[in-house]
Design a protein around this ligand. Structure first.
Ligand code: PMP
Length: 305
């Protein structure tokens, strides 16, 4: 995957610069210790033809909260960052894009606090993240980081070493992606996505506490509320999952993506017949601000009930 070429522009500390010319300090605490925070955001071409960043306020607020959670100074104005992101998209002629803001630290080889942070906003054209077929998932032997040892609600660079090794392990074993438990042995989340399951026409998802509070997870809960789909946040076990009718991952990059199997146990309900599939389609309408389609989907679901 090529993320940039000689023409690509990024935003770096108040300026629009060529990605190929941009520099970071190799003595940065972020480089050596993973002490950084970032966001994963999507923009879409809406049905009106405009480029619209999905839930931009929520993402930039989470960026700020992630920084503050790990004591990184955050002196940036989130509204200005949103404007800068639209400008980067425009300069790169992008509409359906992935957006990556990253807050990083100055040179510092100690563990001491810094007095300033830096920021970069990168964008690139979006491609399907995990593909677009149903996923074969492996329950990982790696657990998510212990919330007593990490600020698990923060999207901090160093946390993603856990995601990388778990995901690589699943792929080396012939699966599409990993699913991780929390430190208590309950189902937590994927390396970069939250998880939902469907059983007897009801949806459930792990409660907050040991997972990243996903913005897509909140959107799925909102869709369930709008459509009147029964949904519960609770502790979920491996056996609950293996007895489920369907399951899916959700996240900004993966959107809503169904599973074929977990550890080769195939979900019995065909994806296209599931409520989860209705949620997938509703999500696709929301991100493109296709409110008439969203309303039509909602009415169709209510009529079928
Ligand atoms: N969990 C983890 C560990 C993630 O990295 C992500 C992606 N940011 C998610 C869940 C989903 O979060 P969101 O819906 O906000 O993208």
């Amino acid at each position: 995957m090529t993320y940039y070429n000689n023409d690509t522009i990024i935003y770096q500390n108040g300026a629009y610069v060529k990605a190929a010319d941009a520099k970071i300090d190799l003595y940065s605490q972020s480089m050596h210790y993973g002490y950084s925070v970032f966001e994963g955001i999507r923009s879409y071409k809406s049905i009106s033809g405009d480029t619209k960043i999905f839930k931009e306020k929520e993402h930039f607020e989470r960026l700020k909260n992630s920084a503050l959670a790990i004591n990184m100074p955050f002196t940036f104005d989130t509204n200005e960052l949103i404007q800068a992101t639209y400008e980067v998209l425009r300069l790169n002629n992008l509409s359906d894009a992935y957006i990556r803001p990253l807050v990083y630290a100055p040179s510092n080889m100690t563990y001491a606090l810094n007095t300033e942070s830096f920021i970069v906003i990168q964008t690139w054209a979006m491609q399907p993240f995990l593909g677009d077929r149903l996923l074969r998932i492996m329950k990982s032997s790696f657990q998510r980081p212990n919330p007593k040892g990490f600020k698990i609600h923060a999207k901090a660079g160093g946390h993603y070493v856990n995601s990388i090794i778990a995901s690589q392990d699943a792929k080396m074993n012939g699966y599409d992606e990993a699913l991780l438990e929390d430190m208590d042995g309950y189902i937590a989340e994927g390396p970069g996505a939250n998880v939902f399951l469907e059983k007897n026409n009801k949806i459930s998802t792990p409660s907050l506490g040991n997972i990243l509070p996903g913005i897509t997870r909140s959107t799925v809960l909102e869709i369930c509320e709008d459509f009147g789909i029964p949904v519960e946040e609770k502790k979920i076990t491996e056996s609950d999952l293996k007895k489920a009718d369907n399951a899916f991952f959700c996240g900004t990059a993966v959107e809503v993506i169904g599973w074929q199997s977990i550890d080769d146990v195939v979900f019995p309900n065909p994806w296209e017949k599931s409520i989860s599939y209705i949620i997938e389609k509703a999500y696709k309408s929301l991100v493109r601000i296709d409110i008439p389609e969203y309303e039509a989907q909602r009415k169709a679901y209510l009529n079928k009930k």
